[in-house]
Design a protein around this ligand. Structure first.
Ligand code: ZN
Length: 444
């Protein structure tokens, strides 16, 4: 692992023409040697070398070079970062920047305290009396959904020090997400949620590993994603994905914590396959439809409410990861944040429930088509937003694919399901509805 620090042609918006370093050589050598020794000790290095040039350096010249070897690449990487930061705050080396458009200036490292050269144990100092840090570090969790529930939950699990966090999400950040999804800000609108979340979380805690997956959870990929995980966190907002994830967890016997929210009402439940504490199918064998909850209208949601529930879900996860126990295994908790009341209902356990036994067939869903797939198809698009359902009767004999869409794709999907049941296999629903088109080129 090696690091090269070059003389760059700009710094904080100013055009740099050259750099001038002055050094108190004797002290710098002595202190530099100390820094390298510390890095060897802290990061288990085999060897480390560092060269810092001084005098007047031109653009494109190397100013600093660090080479480190270690058994683990990550150690060498962390050691290099450590040495760079220590050099900036401990060595008697002063840097003067020469500019094209103004007088030269001495430069001080104003933000070295934000660089990563802290000790892991100090990071967790304030929680060390109440959690077993190692049990969190050893855990591998999968978080499905990086939205309203996912953002606060991910932030809490990341900073608590869960060792490996995988995130599955397929959404793009929109301006209407930001009021309840604190990992995102207006300047990243249009970017992938997983990409931004991964970067933000990695910056929050450099001692863990966060990995984003730009995927929609489907029956064909769900098993691969959850396999080998310690715990799954369901932060999705649609029933179909919730049931798919739930069924897959029972099939592979992986614990799951699921939370949902509707306006000010939230619920949370932990599922432990094989523990005789029931499953969602004990109550209702059929997957309920999202359309039962209402049509394509937005239900309304507040950051404070989803934030509360996401954090609660993270808290239950942290408790569970430590000793395989939490509060929501035997019972489901219901909260009404408008009246600040809560209810705890013991889970119903159906005898001989096939899902509880892990005898699950994952349902393959082919009612929908995504915007991306649509561009490759010759399809007739029908906008249902200001139309009655009966408009589709005009297209039942059309000899090509018919794609229905509404605001969010819930109403259109219910209609497609009905049409398929009647034998019309050319009807499809646009996944995510018109909302999913706003980030892509319009469909003519
Ligand atoms: Zn069951």
């Amino acid at each position: 692992m090696s690091f090269e620090g070059w003389v760059r042609d700009h710094n904080q918006g100013k055009k740099v023409s050259s750099l001038e370093y002055q050094v108190y050589e004797e002290l710098a050598k002595k202190e530099g040697h100390k820094i390298l020794q510390e890095s060897i000790h802290l990061f288990n290095l085999h060897h480390i070398v560092c060269t810092h040039r001084y005098g007047h350096l031109q653009l494109g010249e190397i100013a600093v070079w660090i080479g480190a070897t270690a058994t683990h690449r990550d150690d060498a990487f962390k050691a290099t970062r450590f040495v760079i930061d220590q050099i900036k705050c401990r060595l008697p080396i002063w840097k003067k920047e020469h500019y094209f458009e103004q007088k030269p200036e001495w430069v001080f490292c104003k933000d070295h305290h934000t660089h990563v050269h802290f000790h892991e144990k100090d990071y967790y100092q304030k929680q060390k009396n109440i959690v077993n840090q190692q049990s969190l570090f050893d855990a591998q969790v999968l978080v499905v959904g990086a939205g309203g529930l996912g953002c606060p939950l991910l932030q809490a699990l990341t900073t608590a020090g869960v060792g490996r966090i995988d995130i599955v999400d397929h959404d793009i950040i929109s301006i209407s997400n930001i009021h309840r999804q604190p990992l995102y800000s207006p300047e990243v609108v249009g970017e992938k949620k997983v990409t931004v979340a991964q970067k933000k979380l990695a910056a929050l805690n450099p001692f863990i590993h966060v990995q984003g997956h730009d995927l929609r959870l489907e029956s064909k990929n769900v098993e691969k994603l959850i396999l080998g995980k310690t715990l799954i966190l369901d932060c999705t907002d649609n029933l179909e994905t919730k049931y798919l994830l739930h069924d897959a967890c029972f099939k592979l016997r992986i614990p799951l914590i699921s939370a949902s929210i509707y306006q000010f009402e939230g619920q949370i439940r932990t599922f432990i396959p094989g523990e005789n504490s029931g499953c969602m199918r004990c109550l209702q064998d059929k997957t309920p439809e999202d359309s039962k909850l209402g049509n394509c209208n937005d239900f309304g949601v507040l950051g404070s409410a989803v934030g509360f529930l996401g954090n609660l879900q993270a808290n239950e996860a942290i408790l569970y990861l430590q000793n395989k126990q939490n509060n929501s295994i035997e019972s489901t908790f219901y909260f009404d944040l408008k009246t600040l009341s809560q209810m705890r209902i013991k889970n119903f356990v159906k005898t001989n429930c096939l899902t509880c036994k892990g005898q699950v067939d994952l349902i393959v869903d082919d009612l929908e088509i995504s915007v991306q797939d649509l561009y490759r198809r010759d399809a007739k698009m029908i906008d249902l937003r200001d139309q009655e359902d009966s408009i589709i009767l005009d297209y039942i004999n059309l000899n090509k694919m018919v794609v229905l869409y509404c605001h969010r794709g819930i109403r259109s999907k219910a209609i497609v399901k009905e049409m398929r049941a009647r034998g019309y296999s050319h009807f499809y629903s646009l996944r995510g509805g018109a909302d999913s088109m706003s980030h892509h080129r319009p469909i003519s």
